[in-house]
Design a protein around this ligand. Structure first.
Ligand SMILES: *Cc1c(COP(=O)(O)O)cnc(C)c1O
Length: 223
């Protein structure tokens, strides 16, 4: 399928999900996750109008951002981030979705020349294999980030469990939204935390119904 045909279907599903809960589709940004695909396929996505792209490795990011540099792509780093790669990654991206430890915040703070927009990754499912803070750790973590002025907490990110259980997915996304609201209530200047990065190919429609502002779609869009 062409990216264009896939995108049309995804936009239709987003629009249906928004209609159900009275949201404006403009509140939802699609991040095209290009980690599995060639530069040519990523370029096709950009030509189709996908202006936000996500990569989970420094190598893929560099390769694609070099080639697509003329296209004003907004780059998202969505993979787990090793501290030693921070200095390279922050040069290439606009958003980091995987802030999950203070040592990483410290390294970003040390390397950055200007505030870096970060999502705190939350392990809402509690699965051992997944990265991210436990929900109960998030508030304390956000407060500790005050020590790192180059960190700007734009929102929270999660990966839902791999399941078709709709009620479990829904409660996972809802939990992230409530946690986002709790962070907002702290009124911290460095943590506006208005965004929710949640929903992938299998579950983005539910995520949108539950308030996602960024969905990260790979296989259904470019796969
Ligand atoms: C790969 C990946 C995605 C996209 O997954 P699909 O199921 O292909 O849509 C989204 N988010 C993260 C963090 C990923 O690693």
């Amino acid at each position: 399928m062409s990216v264009q045909a896939n995108l049309k279907e995804i936009q239709k599903n987003i629009s249906d999900a928004c209609a159900k809960v009275n949201r404006d589709t403009k509140e939802v940004t699609i991040i095209g996750v290009t980690k599995y695909v060639s530069i040519e396929r990523a370029a096709e996505a950009v030509e189709t109008g996908v202006s936000h792209l996500g990569e989970n490795r420094l190598e893929g990011l560099k390769e694609k951002s070099n080639r697509l540099s003329l296209n004003n792509v907004v780059w998202h780093f969505i993979g787990s981030l090793q501290s030693k790669k921070v200095k390279h990654v922050i040069k290439e991206v606009d958003f980091i979705h995987s802030l999950d430890r203070l040592s990483l915040a410290k390294e970003i703070n040390k390397r950055a020349d200007q505030p870096i927009s970060c999502f705190i990754q939350v392990n809402t499912s509690g699965e051992q294999s997944k990265h991210g803070l436990a929900s109960t750790e998030v508030i304390d973590f956000v407060q500790k980030l005050q020590a790192y002025p180059q960190i700007r907490v734009v929102g929270l990110m999660t990966m839902a469990p791999l399941t078709n259980d709709e009620s479990l997915l829904r409660s996972t996304f809802r939990q992230l939204r409530l946690l986002r609201d709790d962070v907002q209530k702290l009124h911290l200047s460095y943590a506006p935390c208005s965004e929710l990065s949640m929903g992938m190919s299998n579950d983005y429609a539910i995520a949108v119904e539950e308030g996602a502002t960024y969905i990260r779609v790979g296989s259904n869009l470019v796969g």
